[in-house]
Ligand binder design. Structure first.
Ligand code: PMP
Length: 395
């Protein structure tokens, strides 16, 4: 016998898990009993789903589902290999062309997920003589991407252009790369993109912008924050995910043709992994069609967001910086956030408690997200439930 139970090499696990449990940091899976949607079934209960990133309600859209099935029928369930071996399928090319246009860039390259893109691209653009400058609240996948690079990583305070300016000016690195979330995943606020572009231009630094939570939502066509601010031409590398507002799975890195050519040879998370399955690509293509054909979805989630924002501000939570349907209700202590989440659940609302290391210690929170598929009554409902719950979990 081996393993934890026998006190073998994994004998440290029970104690370690108990340690997480004690600190309110243990995470556990819970199987959903239904498809992604504004209401989901969990543990036999029907709950209003306020924690998905399916912002436009496309994960269950009939056109998206049909396109996924059709792409699988036409090009297979799996790509069979990495793009560079024999997995380079027509649907990948079609999707890359569409995404390059959406991002206002010359070319685009698919990655298996946003995590893969962030874990691989910074290292492909830098080496041991270089430096990466990363906002402290950047997503974990960016943190990991910096770690696996050979460059020196310098973290700057959240959205602090003055600090970044000083760091860039002081740096003697051969190449400099600034990396930022466009919309920060746990706070819903936006990077100061115009200032970042200017600083990068002034210091000859490359700029990498992760539009995971901006793609499909911001900008005149849903292209993202770069489109919204008219800065697409001045950002070197734009990453977008297909698994959030676009309802599918995967990611794209858009930029110049030369950039994409370089990544094809040098981004290890592109080279050494199986290409995206056709179904995911077909679904994303259909999602892009829906994005164009049903602009009312974006309008609806924006209106619901305004309602949520006003309601949360009435409850005393400032939401002034929020630019996407992500609403952080910061409660501080892990256990307080967990308790609030479970009390909301008793009232029929699924809102997850977000704890360290996803967010800094002492800023545990409820992260409420909205979808175009929600009804205004569901927004009002969770606000009323939250008002009750806050009285039960005093700060
Ligand atoms: N970047 C950000 C800002 C994210 O929030 C996420 C996912 N939560 C990712 C990247 C990773 O994307 P994916 O889920 O496609 O791996």
């Amino acid at each position: 016998m081996s393993g934890a139970g026998a006190g073998g090499a994994l004998g440290w696990l029970p104690g370690a898990l108990a340690g997480l449990e004690e600190k309110g940091l243990r995470r556990e899976l819970e199987p959903l009993g239904s498809m992604q949607g504004p209401v989901v079934e969990l543990g036999g209960q029907r709950l209003v789903n306020l924690c998905s990133n399916d912002y436009l309600g496309l994960a269950a859209h009939p056109r998206v589902l049909a396109a996924a099935a059709e792409a699988a029928r036409a090009e297979g369930a799996g790509a069979g290999a990495s793009r560079l071996v024999c997995g380079d399928l027509p649907v990948h090319r079609r999707l890359e062309e569409r995404l390059a246009r959406l991002k206002g860039k010359e070319a685009a390259l698919l990655f298996s997920s946003g995590y893969h893109a962030n874990a691989g691209v910074p290292a492909a653009l830098t080496g041991k003589d270089d430096a990466i400058f990363s906002d402290v609240l950047n997503h974990a996948s960016i943190v990991d991407g910096c770690r696996v690079s050979f460059a020196r990583t310098v973290r700057y305070r959240h959205r602090d252009l003055d600090e970044l300016s000083d760091l860039l000016a002081a740096s003697r690195a051969r190449r400099k790369l600034v990396v930022t979330d466009a919309v920060f995943s746990m706070d819903g606020d936006a990077a100061p993109l115009a200032g970042l572009v200017e600083l990068c231009e002034r210091h000859g630094a490359m700029l990498y912008v992760d539009e995971a939570h901006a793609t499909g939502l911001l900008g005149a066509r849903g292209g993202g924050l770069c489109e919204e601010l008219g800065l697409s031409d001045r950002v070197d590398v734009v990453m977008g995910t297909l698994g959030k507002a676009l309802g599918s799975f995967g990611a794209v890195v858009a930029g110049s043709r030369l950039l994409c050519d370089w990544l094809v040879s040098r981004a290890r998370t592109f080279v050494f992994t199986t290409a995206l399955p056709p179904a995911a690509c077909g679904a994303a293509l259909a999602a892009l069609d829906v994005l164009e054909d049903e602009p009312e979805r974006r309008a609806r989630v924006a209106a619901l967001g305004a309602r949520m924002k006003a309601g949360l501000e009435r409850l005393g939570f400032p939401m002034g910086e929020v630019v996407a349907p992500i609403f952080p209700v910061v409660l501080g202590d892990e256990r307080r956030a967990l308790r609030a989440s479970s009390l909301l659940r008793e009232r029929g609302y699924l809102v997850r408690a977000i704890r360290p290391p996803t967010v800094p210690a002492g800023t545990s929170r409820l992260r409420i997200t909205l979808s175009a598929a929600h009804a205004p009554e569901q927004v009002d409902g969770v606000l009323a439930a939250l008002r009750e719950v806050l009285e039960l979990v005093p700060g």
